[in-house]
Ligand binder design. Structure first.
Ligand code: NAD
Ligand code: DAU
Length: 354
């Protein structure tokens, strides 16, 4: 098996490559990554001497290079993307280029080289935003609402078009919010944990009641492994661990684990167009492929917080240069919102309330 992983130096891709080469050490894995601000080769240092791992620095927009690298590849797993919603609100150009045009370019190379499987990694954000009720599933109509979500939706449509039009053997997965080691500290969980280690406050958007459905990155990757090996060509699988939490609940859990109090929370201006709730119904992948999440949210958070405590060199290097410029642009201009005391108290004791 020769596998090409795009975006393998990012958060999920890193964890995926480590998982695959541990489980199938005889697979040849090529990591194709541009190394944007989010890509970090240090993540994969332990694989440098692995006989079946190789790295190619390349842009997915470079179809010529992709075509060359894809010779003899059996399976493409396409993670490469611009992935942060806030950055897409600030500047969407690169999201359209990488996520839409870039995916088109990977599809073209895959078609030309007759790959046996093209697996596209997508997100639940393509389905839009839920109210208090309901769950996203494979037949939920698309309703993306951020530039990031729209660019991922467009890429999903292209992938399916290559199946219907050209017979490219594709599968697609739409997964909920991942957490775990190596996540770039611009995303909620690593941002809050690393800020608190640095003695900084955590910026909670709006009223803190937006809901996300969290899955540990290892469970996501196990699902992708199953889809690649046993999933049906042309099919889509929704992945999620049925682990909904409000952002306030996540914040409280992190505060408690870090031994700090309410004074470290700063309610800030809301994200523009902030989707209220995401939640996945993962029954298809459970029933058809026998997938089920193994890591409970509490256990996963404990491990993740410990990982950021023990790997401060990793994120301190990352939280410099370009990151600081981004942080200033993103949070420097946000107004601190004063939240009524009674609302905070209610939220602490309530479950999910929309
Ligand atoms: P990430 O931002 O951590 O990593 C993205 C990787 O892609 C980086 O290594 C980056 O260098 C690379 N990349 C970006 N542009 C590139 C280009 N033009 N050419 C080649 N490489 C390029 O992202 P992530 O969180 O690991 O997400 C990976 C994939 O999973 C994305 O497609 C994302 O939409 C999807 N996804 C993420 C989540 C989540 O919670 N993080 C959930 C569902 C789906
Ligand atoms: O649902 C899957 C998606 O999850 C992926 O497709 C995206 O790539 C990934 O980034 C993630 O998107 P979110 O926007 O849900 O994740 P983020 O970590 O940015 O935010 C999670 C929630 O926390 C969201 O409701 C916004 C809120 N938040 C986030 C940040 C960065 C805050 O309150 N404060 C913050 O500073």
């Amino acid at each position: 098996m020769k596998m090409l992983v795009t975006g393998g130096a990012g958060f999920i891709g890193t964890n995926f490559i480590k998982y695959i080469l541990k489980k199938y050490p005889y697979y040849a894995v090529i990591n194709y990554d541009k190394l944007t601000y989010a890509g970090n080769l240090e993540n994969l240092k332990d694989l440098e001497t692995h006989p079946n791992y190789s790295f190619v620095r390349g842009d997915i927009l470079n179809t010529e290079l992709l075509d060359y690298i894809m010779k003899g590849v059996d399976v493409v797993v396409h993670f490469a993307a611009e992935s942060h919603v806030d950055r897409s609100i600030m500047e969407a150009d690169v999201f359209v280029l990488t996520n839409v045009v870039g995916t088109f370019s990977v599809l073209e190379a895959a078609k030309k080289n007759n790959v046996k499987r093209f697996h596209h990694i997508s997100t639940d954000e393509v389905f839009g935003s839920l109210g208090a009720e309901g769950l996203f599933h494979e037949d939920t109509p698309y309703d993306p609402r951020s530039p990031y979500a729209s660019s991922k939706a467009a890429s999903d449509h292209l992938v399916r078009a290559y199946y219907h039009t050209h017979g490219l053997p594709i599968t697609v997965s739409n997964c909920s919010n991942n957490y775990g080691p190596y996540q770039f500290p611009e995303k909620l969980i690593p941002l809050f944990v690393t800020n608190l280690i640095e003695g900084k406050k955590v910026p909670l958007y709006g009223d803190g009641k937006n809901v996300r459905d969290w899955v540990h990155v290892s469970d996501h990757n196990e699902a992708v492994d199953l889809i690649i090996h046993e999933g049906k060509v042309g099919e889509t699988y929704c992945i999620g661990a049925q682990s909904e939490r409000t952002n306030r609940q996540i914040t409280d859990l992190i505060l408690a684990k870090m031994g700090v109090g309410e004074e470290m929370v700063e309610y800030v201006e809301d994200r523009k167009g902030h989707d209220r709730r995401y939640a996945i119904r993962p029954y298809k992948i459970m029933a058809e492929l026998g997938w089920k999440p193994r890591v409970s949210f509490e256990e996963g958070m404990e491990q993740t917080i410990n990982w950021y405590r023990e790997n401060q060199d990793w994120w301190k290097k990352v939280k410099s240069g370009e990151y600081l410029e981004y942080y200033e642009k993103q949070y420097g201009r946000k107004n601190v919102v004063v939240v009524q005391k009674n609302m905070e108290n209610n939220e602490k004791n309530s479950g999910i309330e929309i």
